[in-house]
Design a protein around this ligand. Structure first.
Ligand SMILES: [Zn+2]
Length: 192
């Protein structure tokens, strides 16, 4: 190996080492299994909810499905996630309608995520098996509420549908300003 190549390898080694030393331990992991984040915003009639979760905590694994059973598991997860009116129980008096759901994760094909009736994509041919990679899933929900003055909170049912989840860190931007909350299976009510 010629000296320049050796030098750059050594340099990369130093950079990687110093990067990992200077970062706090949590920064080296993309996420913590069981812990998800939720951003809630109320703006007039529009309620937006953004979920950012480890894919593992919703699906049980966090790689591209490699067989038919895993594709089916992914389909079931998507069906549950798309049912935003069940995941976020809003006061009936607010008369909210779920207008839009979008789901994104690198591990699953768009044809799986759109919840349509297209046939499942063929499992990948073993080329992309990244068992050690941590994948996240992002889900966005838009509700329109006819009577937003009645929209003072919601019951979060994510823990029932996704039992691997055990903590939700929530940020709310509501009509009375911002607040934060941490919910768990024992505490599922969010008020603002
Ligand atoms: Zn993970």
């Amino acid at each position: 190996m010629p000296p320049p190549a050796k030098l750059s390898f050594a340099l990369i080694g130093i950079l990687v080492t110093s990067a990992s030393l200077s970062s706090p331990a949590w920064a080296t992991h993309a996420h913590v299994h069981g812990k998800a984040k939720l951003d809630v915003a109320v703006d007039g009639q529009i309620l937006s909810v953004h979920l950012d979760s480890p894919l593992e905590s919703l699906l049980g694994f966090e790689h591209t499905p490699n067989n038919a059973a895993q594709v089916q598991q992914a389909r079931e997860m998507v069906a549950k996630l798309r049912n935003g009116s069940a995941l976020f129980a809003l006061p009936a008096a607010a008369a909210c309608q779920l207008e839009q759901v979008s789901i994104e994760t690198d591990a699953l094909a768009p044809s799986l995520l759109d919840g349509g009736t297209q046939p499942p994509p063929p499992p990948p041919t073993g080329a992309k098996k990244e068992a050690s990679k941590h994948d996240d899933l992002d889900a966005d929900y838009i509700f329109r509420c006819a009577h937003p003055s009645a929209l003072t909170g919601m019951e979060i049912q994510l823990f029932q549908y996704f039992p691997r989840l055990h903590q939700l860190k929530i940020q709310v931007a509501g009509p009375h300003g911002q607040n934060a909350a941490t919910l768990s299976p024992a505490k599922t009510r969010l008020n603002w």
